[in-house]
Design a protein around this ligand. Structure first.
Ligand SMILES: Cc1cc2nc3c(=O)[nH]c(=O)nc-3n(C[C@H](O)[C@H](O)[C@H](O)COP(=O)(O)O)c2cc1C
Length: 387
């Protein structure tokens, strides 16, 4: 068993053990990948203030996100095709999150279905919704989420059309993969992935196959999104979905103050400052840079969460100190899953927890609620003075 001390260790194993098509799907951003890169590098611009002679005993990272107890302010972000990174990936990740005491968010584009994940977990999880053109499908999936006891709906606002990721097109991304000579050659070196995949029946889009009309082959993510995702999503439709759902609602993918104000007006429970991990609008600011003006604009009217670029517990601490009430990790947990299955997701959560806990202590804080802007050194004009 290799010694894992950070998320990069998991990333290296993920790359070695997972078919190239799926590793690349995870580890890429759209077009030039500028936003994808800056999501990570902008966290490095922020420094921490070391404090001394502060009693560090009795620390806790426990807090709440949308009123729900969490062991640390970190949820697992919705990630499509997680069940292709490792067989039954969504179930494995959900179990790890449940044991750790953090929310798991199931993607609409998951391999394991809502019902599958509910059957293998004991606590409610969150469900991420993409708005489809097919109204029957939309009503039905919201009902399925209610029936499964989902405790928050995460409505994604930034993917009505797909940002282009060059590698996915070049690799011919599909679920399950089409067995071309190149894919077969790659699989020959990833045999344990293949063996596990042969033992599961979950190899297609579990929430869609058998539930959407006239969908015989949704294996291509691109074809499905182009045909089915509703490009007409607007604030009126968001209100309608809020009513249809009737439970806790999180609006994901807000990057500008004016949109954040509109989102807060819907009466949702939280907004997520997110650029989809740099996978949609390349050239958008990193989400950590986008956060301060959004916080200024919405004040206390809505809880503000953040994702995109978090690779360590220090990144989480920085986001919380800047004012976010919660964060999400995407690639950081997928690297764990691809590296070592459920155990790897647990490892990713442990790594992040330990880094956050120790850094919090060295900044002289014992509780998440005490973490504030005072523990940071932020470059002047971090959000940028853009004309
Ligand atoms: C491989 C992959 C698939 C994703 N699929 C979805 C999805 O189905 N729905 C969604 O709302 N966001 C999706 N996202 C975006 C994540 O929810 C999250 O915003 C992003 O991963 C955060 O950035 P990070 O990976 O740097 O932590 C995906 C991200 C990745 C990396």
């Amino acid at each position: 068993m290799p010694v894992i001390t950070n998320i990069d260790d998991l990333k290296r194993l993920h790359k070695r053990r997972t078919p190239k098509m799926f590793y690349d799907y995870c580890e890429s951003g759209s077009w030039t990948e500028q936003t994808f890169r800056e999501n990570v590098s902008d966290f490095d611009q922020i420094r921490l203030r070391q404090r001394v002679a502060v009693d560090m005993e009795g620390r806790s990272t426990a807090t709440k996100m949308i009123g729900q107890d969490v062991a640390m302010p970190v949820a697992l972000a919705p990630v499509g095709l997680t069940g292709m990174q490792r067989a039954d990936g969504e179930i494995k990740a959900a179990k790890a999150a449940e044991k750790f005491g953090v929310p798991f968010t199931l993607s609409t584009m998951s391999i394991c279905s809502i019902e599958d994940v509910a059957a293998h977990t004991t606590k409610p999880f969150w469900f991420q919704l993409y708005v489809m053109r097919d109204q029957d499908f939309l009503k039905n999936i919201i009902q399925r989420a209610k029936d499964a006891g989902v405790s928050a709906l995460v409505l994604t606002l930034d993917l009505q059309i797909l940002g282009q990721r060059h590698k996915d097109l070049k690799n011919g991304l599909s679920a399950p993969p089409k067995l071309t000579p190149a894919v077969l050659a790659d699989l020959a070196t990833k045999w344990s992935w293949g063996l596990e995949m042969l033992q599961t029946k979950r190899r297609g889009f579990g929430n869609i196959i058998g539930h959407a009309k006239n969908v015989d082959d949704p294996s291509s993510l691109f074809k499905w999104t182009a045909e089915q995702f509703d490009p007409r999503l607007d604030w009126g439709k968001i209100e309608a979905i809020k009513e249809m759902w009737g439970g806790p609602l999180i609006l994901k993918g807000v990057m500008e103050p004016e949109d954040a104000v509109m989102a807060a007006k819907t009466g949702c429970d939280a907004i997520v400052v997110s650029n989809h991990g740099g996978r949609q609008l390349d050239g958008a600011l990193s989400s950590i840079r986008a956060l301060p003006p959004i916080l200024d604009a919405v004040g206390d009217s809505v809880e503000v969460h953040l994702d995109s670029g978090i690779r360590s517990g220090q990144d989480v601490l920085k986001a919380i100190a800047m004012g976010a009430k919660g964060t999400y990790i995407g690639r950081a947990f997928v690297h764990g899953l691809g590296a070592m299955g459920e155990e790897g997701v647990t490892k990713a959560l442990e790594v992040i927890h330990k880094e956050m806990d120790i850094s919090m202590a060295l900044c002289g804080r014992k509780h998440i609620e005490d973490v504030d802007r005072d523990i940071l050194r932020v470059p002047e004009d971090f959000a940028g003075r853009w004309a």
